[in-house]
Design a protein around this ligand. Structure first.
Ligand SMILES: Cc1cc2nc3c(=O)[nH]c(=O)nc-3n(C[C@H](O)[C@H](O)[C@H](O)COP(=O)(O)O)c2cc1C
Length: 181
């Protein structure tokens, strides 16, 4: 079973993005061992001058290294990537945990286009594998996920399921150049 680290870009209680990741973990439970990262709020501000990684950063990097793939599911704030998520990613740039790692980017937001494009570019430059074909924009997310039950509307769930099938095939292809369609 492939190990996946799922990173919600929102730390809000009952976040739609967290609920979507929980739904993905449940939907894929027979195929993927999905761990949802809950340490975003506890990471220190990125400092490129720090040589010895703080414990929370070392733990985050270790979880990324141990994963066969990553799912990021995030809103955008003020047409940008949420600061706490970008902060976490910045801690991995020099240590290269995303390099070659199959990475899904789901931007689930009210609109999301600007943050989605910006984060895609960041993930490309840190060499996250196949992120362009593993990207999905879900606008009007609050109308698609019930904030209390976490139930995801069927057409959104179907889109996510199709994306997960490509993700699973990408991870199965190992480190070879991907030919997954
Ligand atoms: C400060 C703030 C700024 C926001 N800016 C945007 C934005 O630029 N574009 C957008 O699509 N949604 C924006 N939203 C709305 C979020 O998409 C919406 O609250 C979403 O549900 C947040 O994700 P979550 O449910 O996982 O917390 C903003 C929300 C907040 C609180």
């Amino acid at each position: 079973m492939k190990k996946v680290l799922a990173i919600p870009g929102s730390i809000r209680a009952s976040s739609s993005n967290f609920l979507l990741l929980r739904a993905i973990a449940e939907m894929m439970a027979a195929t993927l061992d999905v761990v949802i990262y809950d340490g975003l709020a506890g990471l220190p501000h990125f400092d490129p001058g720090v040589v010895d990684a703080p414990a929370a950063v070392a733990a985050f990097r270790g979880m990324l290294r141990a994963a066969d793939g990553v799912i990021i599911c995030t809103p955008e704030y003020a047409h940008g990537v949420p600061g706490s998520l970008k902060n976490a990613i910045d801690w991995t740039v020099a240590s290269c945990e995303f390099s070659g790692k199959p990475t899904v980017l789901i931007t689930a937001s009210t609109d999301g286009r600007f943050g989605h494009a910006a984060l895609l570019e960041t993930l490309r430059v840190i060499e996250a594998r196949d992120v362009d074909r593993l990207a999905l924009l879900i606008p009007f997310v609050r109308s698609k996920i019930d904030a209390i039950s976490g139930v995801v509307e069927p057409s959104t769930l179907a889109e996510v399921r199709a994306l997960m099938e490509v993700f699973v095939r990408t991870m199965a292809a190992g480190s070879a150049p991907s030919t997954v369609e």
